[in-house]
Design a protein around this ligand. Sequence first.
Ligand code: MG
Length: 382
Amino acid sequence: MKTITILGSTGSVGTQTVDVAFNERDVSVYGISFNKNIKLAESQARSLGVKVAVSADEDAAKDLRILLADTDIRVDAGKAAIEELASVKVDKVFNSITGCAGLPATLAAIRAKNELALANKESLVSAGQTVTEEARKYGVSILPVDSEHTAIHECLRAGERKEVKKLILTASGGPFFGKSKDELERVSVDDALKHPSWNMGAKITIDSATLMNKGFEIVEAAYLFSVTCEQIDVVVHRQSIIHSMVEYIDNTVIAQMSVPDMRHCAEYALHYPERRSSLIGELDLAKLSSLSFAKPDMDAFPMLSLGYEIIRRGQGYGAAVNAANECAVLRFINREIGFNDIYRSVKEATDKLGSALDSATTTDAIYEIEKEARAIAAHYNK
Ligand code: MG
């Protein structure tokens, strides 16, 4: 029997992880954390038979406590309670919290020596050095729950580390592939929320449209697989069938292919190093007429290059980009700013904070930078 905890269980990756856990006879879920979706949290808590359910939101926890009054399930509230849940010893903690809020839970899980299945890539963007150092110190391994990084993890099993030349991340290109910078000034929120191949939460869908998501994934790859930014390439692959590749020193490329379904990533992280039969569908190669590849347009999508810049400048810079982006994405969804203003907001935050970003070695410094970057992005004016 394997016991896991699922943080962010009502989000897009969270619900798919719940689906995977529910379908495995020998997996039990100790606890879940959620934000405000009480109805879904109630049904998850009941069907999984969890011991604890935690909401960051006091009111949501109060309401859930009433709904679960006929059960023994404990309902806690607040950010500290989420960290506490992440610290309870289980076989694996799945962190699928969205955004900056995921970092404290990541660190709490590591410090409790819990193995981590990480969907919250923002933890590595804001605090890649700290997170990987802590993981090393506590002897904790981090498995990605992100299609590209799961794919790379799989492809790396084909050779030795010293034989790796580079990692090739695939990008779907998002809904605005092929558009120019000028055309992007006028795109709407509704257009941005229409992703061609993945069905995801709103924040990551906008991050996919700006290619910030791919920028974050460059950082994620650098920290997870200890490679330099020169060793990471991005290629646009519209069909989202190849989820990423590894090129070896003999110029052979190993690719991982499957239908786009995040449940594979949750299954892989859950069972690694074992493989089991899956909930995802078979790949019908004969039905795929073609697989295409193209260079990403760095001029129209400048947020992609921020990924490389974060690796060069370090986690303080990453924390500023991450927090300013989170704020700007929310403002774009609320129709306060335009699509290209997301990049401009982030640029303003990193420019204003300048060299103050280069010496963020503690989590307190990171949280302070996040606060300041968010404040700058909140006041960004077109
Ligand atoms: Mg991804």
